[in-house]
Design a protein around this ligand. Sequence first.
Ligand SMILES: [Ca+2]
Length: 564
Amino acid sequence: MRTRISGTKRLSTLTALFLISILILTSCSSPTPTAPPPAAGQAEHSTDIYEGLNLVVPNRYDPPIEMSSVTSVDATVKFLEGDDIHNNIWTRTYASLLGINLRYDWVVDASMYDQKLGLSVNSGDIPDMFVVDSAQFLTYYEAGLLADLTDAYEAEASDATRDILSQDPIAMKVATIDGKLLGIPLTDASVTSASVLWIRQDWLDRLGIPAPTSMADVLEISRRFTEEDPDGDGVDDTIGLAVTKDLFGAIASLQGFFNGYHAYPGIWFERDGSIVYGSVQPEMRDALLALQKMYADGQIDREFGVKDINQVTETISQGECGMEFGVWWNPYHPLNLSQANDPDAYWQAYAIPSIDETPAKSQYTSAIASFLVVREGYEHPEALIRMVNFWTDNIVRSQDDNVRNLFLGNLDNPDVVLYKYTPVVLWEPTAGIKTGRQLREALAKRDPTGLNREALWRYRIMQAYFEQGTKEAWVEVATNGPNGSVVILEDVLGDRGLMNRFYGMPTPAMAEKMPTLSTMESEMITKIIMGEPIDQFDRFVETWHQMGGAEITEEVNQWAASNP
Ligand SMILES: [Ca+2]
């Protein structure tokens, strides 16, 4: 399986990008709304800070209970003055409002967490509550170390908790083994890994090319962007499509291109009653041939095979390419750099077009990569459910800015991201889609009434674009605006998406053999694009099956049979 960034990490980075963009944009376009001063850290162990806040508080343990845990904090995480990981708004709130004294036995950098947890658990030192990845989840379950949370969840999970966990169709499934709920999955928006097609709209307009409605149109756009001087400088200095040497990822990826040919590299999906691996299906062939021709015609960088994401970002920012398949947030990075160098640059999102009459589906992968678990034998398994409820009821569902400022941080102090101090962080899988819809409605009515503070910020940024001509504000318009990328994600969640059918932990043969097979796969794709004969693909398919692919496929099908 391809390595991917964990959901939480991806979102945190993204949140940071948003905050930065919003700050820059608001400072040059519209007045920043006044925020109350940061309240956290003001009154240690005093409950004054909660006064006047509309909080939903679960039953408080009286007397308070003890809960040991372990956690990771990166060196980049900043704290408010006087706070640290052991004493902050979250530890104080768990103690004061929930009656849970959360104590971290150790704290390490995120890169060390898995190893340190393994050592702890092996030495019999098992925390009361902790975070595990998918592989640890199964290992610790099989070792009998995890508490069954089924009854505690049934008895105590709030409506918001249940709703958030049901928005992702596989969240509860993947946390349930042998009919027992053994952990709370840390949810995020899976659909954000789906590809959209980003095109320099100003180039399309300059050359008088209409919006693409098929992959044939995409190929033609690529040709004209390469041959017809779309930037109008009289120099032959542009290419059609940006691709990195990694071939896949969030930026300048080939995922969406393949999807346009109904090919789904790197994921598993159902075909004729069994689960198959996308990269060895015949649909890959035509897509590879099309890419090979684009490369031969100079529409893809001659050097793409050695260019990493930073070098491709440079190509994009210098205005040297006109299309890339990426994800919905690309205007925040790296497409913003293109506009920064060329004020008229505008990248428009398009749904993945199809090579034929059948609409293309954009592939995506479950975002669930980790779980909150409780030690078997811990006296208060329901305490975890209460902490989850506190998060979902008050943070995810609250529209109260004072609550968000107190527990998440505020935009006046964007370096301090308070949720990084607690492991109990579940994102609402469809939140971005909902916000996008609210924003589009508000824009259509020209009335922001009812938007929460974050949405209101986004609304004002778009207003700055439409009403004051603030061109930097295009990033928000291209994502959450009337024809923005978020609209496309809604369709992907409908019938224009295909989620990776396999979401379990790696099967034995997969763990052992997939890394080699994936390397072979990348080399095959790169070589064919660069001109090697297409029968290399047929040979790859054969070798793939022989070198473990057939065995992995069998294991995946067995897994699927018991995970319908
Ligand atoms: Ca040119």
